[in-house]
Design a protein around this ligand. Structure first.
Ligand code: ZN
Length: 416
């Protein structure tokens, strides 16, 4: 391939400068970033990016969901799009790299290719997705799920943020009036590639610069309610108590132990516990806890959940206490595209990049795109695995490696 890498030092400077620049939109006192969907800082960031894309030679446009696109039109095939990018929104006081890196990397990779080789044969678009995190409104993937055709206005007409601002009012304030909304579904995307920070410790621990994501985990979330009997902590004998906290702790230690035994990659988390009446000298009459379960294979999730909930039922019968389980999230595991991943592994080997296959334990826009086109997701290391925090950090070296790899893949897809 007639392909040479841009001078490394100048690329690193550009990456560093752009990460800092984008991080100024919504910068917090502690050095983090808060950029919620349709907020003023979000709007400023999207429009500044639009200008930046223009400077770099992209044709720019927004869809009516608030996704920003920068386009380099193909000289031969204009109609099939190679899409790359990530999300512009953040969690509260998040890091500078989550989402932002994927957008910046795509801009630098594509503009670098155009500088050196001219316009691609096949159209490439860079996308700055409106929303992924679910930080402001109780929904996630507003950006990518508009593109996939899953979301439209009907889904958000009753939503409000914590301050009582409706989704429609927020849209309007950011310049995307719901009255002018047109469905944003795309049918012309041929492939989607997302570059993202790992947000975990695996790559750093293994001294690898790139993670080739094979799967994004499925996630199931439940609320478990245990009804016992509230009574006096001093006068009620241990025998015959219906202590909801004691039962909850039994269930929680069991589910934790079984998750460890069943599969190394199975994770189960009880992160929220609500005790009633929550008083030191009263036996708890009721406990409610959250349960988050993730794995990349549906059968493992099925196996674990079935076993767990039948154990809960047995406990409920033997203690004569009511235990109910209600599910409120069921996201299926998603497999990334094998063909794309094979190319990426080949390139990484040739470029002597240290890489490994990896499963993503967090959700990403790539899982939405996988429902409409061959898609993959690449990770660069997160220092100490820290993310969703002002301490989020990835070295310029690793950021540059990700961009080099993305350039090579885009070259193969759109220039070859
Ligand atoms: Zn992200």
């Amino acid at each position: 391939m007639a392909y040479r890498l841009e001078n490394d030092l100048s690329l690193k400077n550009r990456i560093g400068n752009m990460i800092e620049w984008l991080g100024t939109f919504g910068k917090t006192k502690s050095g983090g970033v808060t950029r919620f969907l349709f907020s003023q800082t979000w709007q400023e960031a999207q429009f500044a990016l639009k200008d930046k894309m223009g400077e770099l030679g992209f044709q720019t446009y927004f869809d009516s969901a608030g996704n920003l696109f920068g386009r380099m039109t193909g000289s031969i095939d204009k109609n099939h799009i190679i899409l790359t990018g990530s999300h512009i929104d953040t969690v509260v006081n998040g890091g500078k790299y989550d989402g932002a890196y994927g957008i910046i990397a795509s801009l630098l990779a594509v503009s670098g290719l155009v500088e050196r080789f001219g316009y691609p044969k096949k159209t490439i678009e860079v996308v700055s997705l409106a929303e992924e995190e679910g930080s402001r409104f109780p929904l996630t993937f507003w950006g990518s799920r508009n593109i996939s055709g899953f979301y439209h206005l009907e889904h958000v007409k009753n939503l409000q943020d914590d301050h009582g601002v409706t989704f429609f009012a927020a849209m309007r304030a950011a310049g995307f009036a719901p009255e002018k909304y047109k469905p944003a579904a795309r049918t012309d995307i041929e492939r989607f590639i997302e570059l993202h920070i790992e947000q975990g410790m695996t790559l750093e621990k293994n001294h690898n610069s790139i993670g080739v994501v094979t799967h994004i985990v499925g996630q199931r979330r439940y609320t478990v309610r245990i009804k016992g009997e509230s009574n006096h902590a001093g006068t009620t004998p241990m025998e015959g108590r219906k202590d909801a906290v004691s039962t909850a702790s039994y269930l929680i230690s069991y589910l934790t132990k079984r998750a460890k035994e069943i599969d190394k990659q199975l994770v189960a988390t009880v992160g929220k516990l609500h005790v009633t009446p929550n008083v030191a000298n009263v036996i708890a009459g009721e406990v409610e806890f959250s349960l988050d379960i993730r794995h990349h294979e549906e059968q493992i999730l099925d196996f674990y959940c079935q076993e767990l909930f039948s154990m809960f039922e047995n406990v409920s019968i033997s203690l004569a206490m009511d235990i109910s389980v209600s599910q409120w999230m069921d996201v299926k595991p998603v497999r990334m595209d094998d063909e794309l991943n094979n190319w990426i592994r080949e390139v990484a080997l040739k470029q002597k990049i240290c890489f490994q296959d990896i499963v993503s334990g967090a959700g990403h826009d790539a899982q939405v795109f996988a429902s409409i086109c061959p898609t993959t997701l690449l990770f660069v290391p997160s220092h100490k695995g820290i993310s969703h925090s002002p301490q989020e950090f990835t070295s310029l070296e690793d950021l540059a490696t990700g961009i080099h790899l993305l350039e090579t893949i885009l070259y193969k897809l759109a220039y070859d």
